[in-house]
Design a protein around this ligand. Structure first.
Ligand SMILES: [Zn+2]
Length: 383
């Protein structure tokens, strides 16, 4: 497989799991999971989905997280902070926007982050672009018609934008360098390109979700941007959980940006391999627990990607009586046909609880809830 970041034919298959696969929206697809690492630049990528179009038309609609409601990012002093609000705040923190700036949300979908940005900065001139017509109704009333584009951004927009944003877009595309090049065409000479993509090392769940075709790394991001005539001005992994926040700018025509150092690429590759290994470990721990679970009631803590991963592996041998999740938006609903309940409603006769959370926080989460001390309850961790 060719690397879609650096273009080298140097990708090794590092993880393979037969069907079923998990999507980023915590649904199950009956396809294989294949993940590759490029030994030249340290990019990780997943095999194409067999029918990407069908996936985005149908599968994307049906999972828990596809609700129209804005995703909750955090609760600060009892006040909910929504993801799009948070993203708009990051833009203001990371980019010094000139007065009256022309701003384009690339791959905008409903363009809620741009809407939030306009609330904070009424002087900016909002533009939206998406490959679908589906979102027109969300843009009406606040984005002038001539500042909306679908399928391709018009040539009149070349060199226009002081800021282009792309929130969690690039992980879904097969040819990210083509998208970066298109964005470079639209940026003004001093413009900024602000984007976010998952950081697989900060959020290991990103590795197994099959609709994320790209898993960018510290070494592959600059390589992919360089091929599109851009370079990184700022990169951050602390402000948005499990993600890279990147600000890129156009390179000068004559400017040569050195590629990543060999040692850095190798460090990256070692960490990625460890991530693959952790998923094999998780599979083994689930299989072992399952073998010893006969006659016991089983529940899964976490109705997200990790919970779906566990469910997909135990569904043919009894499944689970419920998912347990702290997110109040999912209580009283079904996930994969199984009810989702709050921690306090975990039935007393459940004997095995799979702790399907990011392993970095799993043990503490159970201790905080006192579930690690509950009589007759065996906790199964994924690490
Ligand atoms: Zn590469």
């Amino acid at each position: 497989m060719k690397c879609c970041a650096c273009g080298a034919e140097k990708c090794d298959l590092v993880y393979h799991y037969p069907a079923p696969a998990i999507t980023s929206l915590s649904s199950i697809l009956e396809v294989e999971t294949r993940v590759y690492i490029c030994s030249a630049c340290g990019h990780m990528q997943s095999a194409d989905l067999p029918d990407v179009q069908k996936f985005y038309d149908t599968e994307y609609q049906i999972s828990l997280t596809s609700e129209d409601a804005d995703q909750l990012y955090d609760v600060v002093d009892g006040v909910p902070v929504y993801r799009t609000q948070y993203q708009a705040g990051l833009i203001v923190d990371f980019v010094d926007l000139p007065k009256g700036a022309a701003v384009l949300d690339y791959g905008a979908a409903k363009a809620k982050s741009l809407f939030r940005l306009c609330e904070r900065r009424s002087d900016i001139s909002p533009h939206v672009f998406d490959v679908s017509e589906d979102y027109r109704s969300y843009w009406q009333g606040w984005v002038p018609k001539e500042q909306q584009a679908t399928y391709s951004a018009p040539a009149e927009w070349n060199g226009r934008f002081d800021l282009i944003t792309a929130h969690f877009v690039l992980e879904h595309v097969r040819e990210p360098v083509e998208i970066f090049s298109d964005i470079a065409r639209l940026l003004s000479p001093a413009g900024r390109f602000f984007f976010s993509v998952p950081d697989v090392l900060g959020n290991p769940a990103d590795m197994i979700v099959v609709d994320h075709l790209n898993h960018f790394t510290r070494t592959s991001l600059p390589v992919a941007l360089d091929r599109a005539g851009m370079k990184i001005e700022r990169i951050d992994t602390s402000r948005l959980r499990g993600a890279f926040v990147v600000v890129a700018v156009l390179k000068q025509a004559s400017e040569k940006v050195p590629g990543p150092e060999r040692a850095a690429v190798e460090t990256e590759i070692r960490s990625l391999n460890a991530c693959c290994e952790s998923w094999h470990t998780a599979e083994n721990l689930v299989a072992t627990a399952q073998a010893g679970s006969a006659g016991k009631k089983v529940a899964i803590y976490g109705a997200g990607v990790y919970g779906t991963f566990v469910y997909a592996r135990i569904r043919n041998s009894g499944g689970a009586v419920c998912f347990v999740d702290r997110n109040p938006h999912v209580h009283g609903r079904d996930h994969l046909g199984v009810p989702v309940v709050p921690p306090e409603a975990l039935p007393a006769d459940v004997g095995i609880l799979y702790v399907a959370l990011n392993p970095a926080i799993a043990r503490k989460a159970m201790a905080d809830l006192g579930l690690d001390r509950r009589e007759g309850l065996e906790l199964v961790y994924l690490s």
